[in-house]
Every structure is written in structure tokens, then in C-alpha cells.
Design a protein around this ligand. Sequence first.
Ligand code: ADP
Ligand code: MG
Length: 329
Amino acid sequence: MPISDEFAFIQKIIPPNTFQTGLVMGIGDDAALFRTRENTEQIICMDTMVEHVHFKKTTMSPFQIGYKALAVNISDIAAMGGTPLYYLVSIAIPSNWDEQDIYEIYQGMQNLASRFSMDLIGGDTTSTNGGLVITVTVIGEIMKEKHLLRRNARDKDIVFVTGTIGDSAGGLDLLLKNGRNYPYNDNEQFLIHKHQMPVPRVKEGNILAKYERVALNDVSDGLASELYEIAEASGVSIIIEKDKLPLSIPLRQIYQEKAFQYALFGGEDFELVGTCSPIDWENIKRDFEQQKIPIQAIGHVENGPARVFIQEKGSLKILEKKGYNHFKK
Ligand code: ADP
Ligand code: MG
């Protein structure tokens, strides 16, 4: 059944409880109100997911669509070193989507939101003749002057990345071939899960924000593309080593050589990639080890043109500046 009553719909998506003590007015008036804390900066970001462009009903369940629409935004807050607090959701609903599916989208968002103690504080509901469009705005905060910018990379810095990369692109490849209801084996399920339900790296971003000068980006469009953004914003050259790229065992086993293509140019891993001084790197590595969170050095920064190079078996090549094209092979 499509949605018949917008007001009844809004009543049903209001979360049963709130987390943030700064919240004065959430859903239910003309606008939301919350108190800001002293000595903090507000971080705001917005991202849209469009049916047939970012997802299909055959690759993601409604729950996963909601989860991921929020996850990609939380990831942007994490890439600044911040902590997410509130979110707003604008949703344009086509008539061929059931009301139940829309509630499941909200459940997917709420599932992730409660993990990070975030409150849904508003949004907008409309209908559309095209595919479903979901736009999420996230509001976060960070201690004053602790934010991490892409322009912070300097000569001799270490380049690092959290977790493993390329898994999401591998998962998407499987989903486009077989759909989401196929009997996948454990290795395949690992990759698919990374595509459908990535965990935004807030804890990692918070650790990195304790350091004075870290350049940081999240891996949304692919490692190559994110490294170019840091190189260009900082006016430096970045050199990475192919051997050091952290690839998961499932990705290596299923995709062999193609695994590197996915790691470099496949997007949506939502890991954090950045640079720091060699001295800070020793402490950052220790912090991550203590918390048992994976992080890996993959290269270094040099003075030079704003380019990214990749070292492979002793030879240095310019890394192509390309990202992943949704649904294009
Ligand atoms: P208005 O006519 O003032 O724009 P709405 O009827 O659009 O009011 O919204 C009423 C309340 O419900 C507001 O607090 C708004 O932020 C919230 N809201 C509307 N649509 C959504 C949605 N899709 N998700 C979350 N909150 C929503
Ligand atoms: Mg409105």
C-alpha cells in the first residue's frame, strides 16, 4: 500500500525516545531547536541517495537503504574528526513503494542512529514520479579548532588508511550479478555486507582528532579519488605502495588481481584515509593497536605537483584520477 496520509506517516516515524540532552524541539513544530555547547564547532553535511543510481531494490533491502543513507553522512562527520548528534530526512516517495518499505527505511536509519546516540529531528515528505530519493542531513560537533581538513598534508608525512578497502565494490559486483537473495557463501557475504551496511569510522576519526595536524578524508568515491583530493587541497605529491594496500582475504580470494582495481577505484568503503607526521604516526599506530582497530601505513607525502603516484615492483607510475561509476562496468 502506498502512503495515504502524510501526517499519520510522520507520527509513525517519530522515534520512541531521544538521546541528546541538548534537544529542545524535535519533530512536530515548524523547525527543530537544539542547544549548542561552548567550545565546540558545529559540523553539518548532507548526502542524497537515488534509486537506480545509488541502489536498486535488487541490491539493497529498504532497511539497508535507510541504514546506508545515514551511514554515508555519519562518515562525512567522521572524516572531520567529529561526533554526529542529529539528523533530518527528506524523502520523495514513488507510488510503487509500499508504506511498510518506507517504515523499514526509517528502521534502518534508527538502528544506526541509536548506536551513535543520534536523534531524528525533522525532515520533509513528498511524492515523486521518478525513483525513490532520500536526502539525509547530519549535524555533528567537534571541539573548537580540532577539526581535520584535507589541506593539512605536508612533505614527509605518512599516508594511512583504516580497515580494508575494495570490499564494497566487490560486494556490489556480486549483487549486480546475482541480486540480494542469492545463496552467497561466507566470503561473498562478507563483501556484500560491507557494501550494504558499512560502519562509519567515528571512533577512528575521534582518535585522529586528538592530533594537531592530520589531513583526513573518507573513502566514498575510491582511494585514488580521495588521495587526489588531499594532494590538491594540500599542494603536495602523494606516493603509495601497491604492496601495502590493506585488502581483505575474501576480496583477494574472489577477485585476485581485480581486487587492486576495486581497492584503488571502487568506492563506498567509508574507511578513513589521511596523512600525519612520522612522529604522530608512531602514537596513532599505538592508539589504534590499543583499541584493536586496524590502520595501515600505505605511503608518504613529498613536496611536488598535486599528483598521486603508485609504486609497484620498483617502478613509479601516476595513479589514474578516476572513481567508481555507479552501475557502469
Ligand atoms: P511544515 O508544513 O511546517 O513543513 P511538515 O508537515 O512538513 O511541516 O512536517 C511536520 C514535522 O514533521 C516537522 O517537524 C518536520 O521536520 C517533520 N517531518 C516531516 N517529514 C519528515 C520526514 N520524512 N522525516 C522526518 N521528519 C519529518
Ligand atoms: Mg514540510
